[in-house]
Ligand binder design. Structure first.
Ligand code: 13P
Length: 284
């Protein structure tokens, strides 16, 4: 549908020293805002759908809505399923023509993770759908873990996992976490660099919300090619609703509220595309 798959897009990003923002959208407004920002900046875009969003909207309805929204865009827009632990849901999204899925069996042993990932990869490959896998658990900040090198993914396991599965993108645990960071983040940049330098498979960074611009830039310099942003969009959405209603408490035209919220999501996506250096990536 896009003419370029996610794996190819990420390899292009690696070559060009930029990263593609993968934004978790959750409804029509957030998807529309993200697409508009990518179009205005002539950037590749990955729209991610969480399992919760798929379940709330319904897989068929969601993909149909996103296909309509991206049908006449000037930039390639990939639709990717984020953090799916359920093999049958991943297969359902593959059947419904998501471009890409993430199978997250990171809580299992390495052998079981390989088996689960391989099952999804074999299924996806027949339908030209790309697969992202996770190795080492990327935690939520609420778990208050202190990340040290011991807790990040082991390079030798990355090699074993990728040789066995042949997936299209890898999300290793490098020290980032989902949600809002409470303190300083300690990132294993060497692991990102080592994977990126020695292995063709593109490196994905989860837990993008709240990282400083220089952290993003250093990650990209070390080879990160896909950076996931979710919490920032959710916060922008809810904060914008609250702000609009508080300052316009006599206004009952929902279209005005929607337009305001859309503009706030647009700003968040735009800011990240600029920081990730993916402006004009489509024609570079
Ligand atoms: P944040 O919610 O921290 O931005 O993380 C997003 C993510 O990694 C989704 O997979």
């Amino acid at each position: 549908m896009t003419g370029i798959n996610m794996g190819q897009m990420l390899l292009k990003a690696k070559e060009g020293q930029y990263a593609i923002g993968a934004f978790n959208i959750f409804n029509y407004i957030s998807a529309k805002a993200a697409i508009k920002a990518a179009e205005d900046l002539n950037s590749f875009l990955i729209l991610q759908t969480s399992v919760g969003t798929v379940k709330q909207i319904g897989a068929s309805q969601l993909i149909e809505m996103l296909n309509i929204l991206r049908s006449d865009t000037k930039v390639p827009v990939i639709v990717h399923l984020d953090h799916c632990k359920d093999v049958s849901l991943a297969k359902e999204c593959i059947d419904k023509e998501w471009d890409s899925v993430m199978i997250d069996a990171s809580e299992k042993s390495l052998i079981e993770n390989i088996d689960t990932t391989l099952e999804v990869k074999c299924y996806a490959e027949k339908k030209n759908v790309t697969v992202e896998g996770e190795l080492g658990v990327i935690r939520g900040v609420e778990e208050e873990i202190i990340v040290d090198e011991e807790k990040t993914t082991k390079y030798s396991e990355v090699v074993e996992y990728l040789n066995a599965t042949g997936i299209d993108a890898i999300a290793p645990a490098v020290g980032t976490a989902h949600g809002l960071y409470k303190g300083a983040v300690s990132i294993n940049y060497d692991l990102v660099k080592k994977i990126s330098k020695n292995i063709d498979c593109p490196v994905v960074i989860h837990g993008g919300t709240g990282l400083e611009d220089d952290v993003f830039k250093r990650l990209i310099r070390n080879g990160a090619t896909k950076i996931n942003i979710s919490t920032a969009l959710k916060h922008a959405y809810i904060d914008a609703c609250r702000e609009y209603i508080q300052t316009n408490n006599e206004e009952y035209n929902p279209l005005k509220l929607d337009a305001y919220v859309e503009s706030k999501i647009y700003e968040v996506v735009k800011k990240h595309i600029i920081t990730f250096n993916s402006v004009d990536s489509v024609t570079r």
